[in-house]
Structures are given as C-alpha cells and as structure tokens.
Design a protein around this ligand. Structure first.
Ligand code: AQP
Length: 342
C-alpha cells in the first residue's frame, strides 16, 4: 500500500512557499495515495508560541488545507497533539537516533542561531518527532519542500537502524516526494534566503491570506536585477534549470519559478513566453496570475476560520481516524522493543 503523510506547522504567516512546495502537491496526490495530512502543532512548540495564537494558527492551517481542495472525508486531516502515538513513538526514536546525526541537521543550526545553548531541547530532537509522525502510520511517501530533504534522510536512517537493531522489517524506508517547479520558493527581498513564515519582513513573502493589493505591492517591489529575462537556451537537456544557472540570477529565477508553478507550465514554456522581456511586463503577468490563484484560497480560508466550531469538528473526526490507524502500529512497536503492557 502506498501511503502519504505530511504536515505543516501552525506558526502563522502561511505563505506561497508552503502552498507551492507542499499543500498544492497534497491536493494533487490525494487522488493517487491513501493520505494523512497533519497540522503539526507539537513541532510548533519547539519555538515560543502564544497559546491563543497557536490555537488560531492550527485552525488557519486546517482551513488552508480545505480551501486548497483537500477532501477531509477521503483523507485524514487532524492536528498532531490529539494523537498520542506521535509523542510516544518519538520517545522511542529519541533512543534510536544518534546525537551525531542530529548535530548535522542544518535546520537546527539555522533556527537555533548563535545562542545554541538557549534553544529548546525540542528543537534539537525535532527530526525524531518528524520521523515518528511519518512512521506512526507506516507511510511510504512524504511530499515536502526541498528544505525538508535532510530531515527525511534522517527518517530513513532511523527506520533502518530500528529495523537492524531489532532484526525486523517493521518500518518502511520512506521516499521523499519533492515535486513541481517551486520546491524552494525564495524570499521576495533576498534571493539567497528561503521564503519563510518567521522572516520579520512581511514584504519577503506572499501570505495565503493577502488580498489583491498586498499581492500586487509585494510582487511589484520584489527584488530583481537590471537584465532582460532569459530564454529557454540555458535549460539542461532534460528541461530542468541547472543549479549553477539559477545561482547567477536568483531573484529572476525565483519569480519565474513561481510563475511556472502557478501557471502549471514547465520552465521551457515560461522562458519562451518571457524571453527578452523586461521585469515590468513580466511582473504585471505574475501579479494577475498570483491574484487569480491565491486570492480565492485566501478568501475561503477567511470564510472557514470564521466558524471555528466547524474546523474543530474536522480535526476531531480526523484525529479519531488517525488514532485508529496509529494505535496498532504503536503497540506493535512497543512490543518489539520490549515495553511490557500487561
Ligand atoms: N520557501 C519554501 N518553498 C517551498 N516549500 C516550502 N516549505 C516551507 N517553506 C518553503 C514547505 O512547507 C511545508 C511546511 O513547512 P513547515 O510548516 O514545516 O515550516 P518550515 O519548513 O520550517 O518553513 P516555514 O514555513 O517558512 O517556517 P519557518 O519560518 O519557521 O522556517 C514543508 O513541506 C516545507 O518543506
């Protein structure tokens, strides 16, 4: 059975990168896989969250899933803290993963910053909880943005070590699904930084709830370079954009990649369409496209979050189904490691 697990943290400012790198792919994959989509509120606690805001951001991410087109009847949609298997399996994985593995995680280094000793212990073991999220359902495929590649590698390492140590084939070795033309959407202000919820500048990102005027203002002011737009001649033979080429004009390729993803076109089509044009013309087309694609989702998110009771009912139902799936897997794992349950 092919099963998908993925999640988004309810840490506010849900943005176009989260949509293009993750949520939009969830919507497409729901027709091919058995899918579990989680709002990972325990992960959010690794950095300080105001309790009331955490609750409202949890509903907001749920609303984004639904507004984008995820069907909560066909798929399991719930928030992580309602299902105990995540935290309990994470503890077992804390005892499987090696400190040396965690020390290599670049996201911890970035998020902990210079004063690493002040970071929460939760932030350090975050990848172990992420592995537990996935393996509590024996998911086989995990759709994420490019920034999660290293964490998924660690999830594979944990499953392999567990299987090896306990002489079993209990956990699957997952496959990442990193799909589309915008797997790493960059900041609109600085093409070397990823678009991020926690960037202090709201101008660096398109929030999923931004209205047409905000989207237009942010894209008009997005950093560019003085050259005209390139043509398809610089693409690799397989039609992809080589990393080395991307680095030569990071801001331009970021905006072109956003366009390609929103228009659902490949690089060749977009570069052919805009070859030799200036950023003025291109940005006008990008604004129209972004307003047309993001606007209706943001409007629907606002409509859904206006009725928190209805959103909570979706999460309650999803959690019940998630518990039914994860409980037997957790119990079997506890038996394998020798935890007595008389
Ligand atoms: N810029 C991005 N481009 C493409 N995909 C992205 N994702 C995040 N940023 C981008 C993908 O969105 C999913 C949910 O991410 P998350 O909630 O776990 O947050 P994050 O990866 O830590 O990044 P954020 O949302 O920008 O938050 P902060 O500011 O806290 O770092 C994941 O699949 C992720 O790959």
């Amino acid at each position: 059975m092919k099963r998908i697990f993925s999640g988004v943290q309810p840490t506010g400012n849900l943005h176009l990168g989260n949509y293009l790198g993750a949520i939009r792919n969830f919507v497409r994959l729901q027709h091919q896989y058995d899918c579990i989509f989680c709002v990972v509120d325990l992960h959010a606690l690794t950095l300080w969250q105001e309790p009331e805001e955490l609750r409202s951001h949890t509903r907001e991410v749920t609303a984004a899933y639904l507004a984008a087109g995820i069907d909560p009847q066909k798929n399991v949609v719930f928030n992580q803290s309602q299902v105990r298997a995540h935290a309990e399996l994470a503890w077992i994985f804390n005892c499987v993963a090696r400190i040396g593995w965690l020390n290599r995680m670049t996201q911890f280094k970035e998020k902990a910053g210079k004063h690493r000793e002040n970071a929460s212990a939760g932030l350090y073991v975050y990848p172990n909880l992420m592995a537990a999220d996935i393996l509590a359902y024996k998911a086989t495929h995990v759709p994420v943005g490019d920034d999660q590649r290293q964490h998924l590698e660690l999830c594979r390492d944990i499953a392999q070590k567990f299987n090896h140590d306990y002489k079993t084939e209990f956990f699957p070795i997952i496959e990442p699904l990193i799909l589309g033309a915008a797997t790493r959407v960059m900041s609109l202000r600085d093409g070397s930084k990823k678009m991020s919820k926690s960037d202090p500048s709201d101008m660096s990102r398109i929030n999923m709830t931004d209205g047409p005027d905000e989207i237009a203002k942010k894209l008009r002011k997005a950093t560019t370079d003085p050259d005209l737009l390139p043509g398809p001649g610089l693409l690799a033979a397989d039609g992809s954009l080589p990393d080395e080429t991307r680095k030569t004009r990071p801001e331009a390729f970021n905006l072109l990649g956003i366009y390609a993803a929103l228009a659902d076109e490949d690089w060749a089509a977009v570069l052919t369409e805009f070859e030799g044009k200036g950023f003025g013309d291109f940005k006008k087309a990008l604004v129209d496209l972004a307003v047309a694609k993001v606007g209706p989702i943001g409007d629907e998110m606002k409509r859904l979050t206006a009725d928190p009771g209805a959103v909570d009912a979706v999460l309650r139902d999803g959690a019940e189904r998630a518990r039914a799936l994860s409980e037997p897997i957790l119990r079997e794992c506890q038996d394998i490691v020798g935890l007595l349950r008389p």
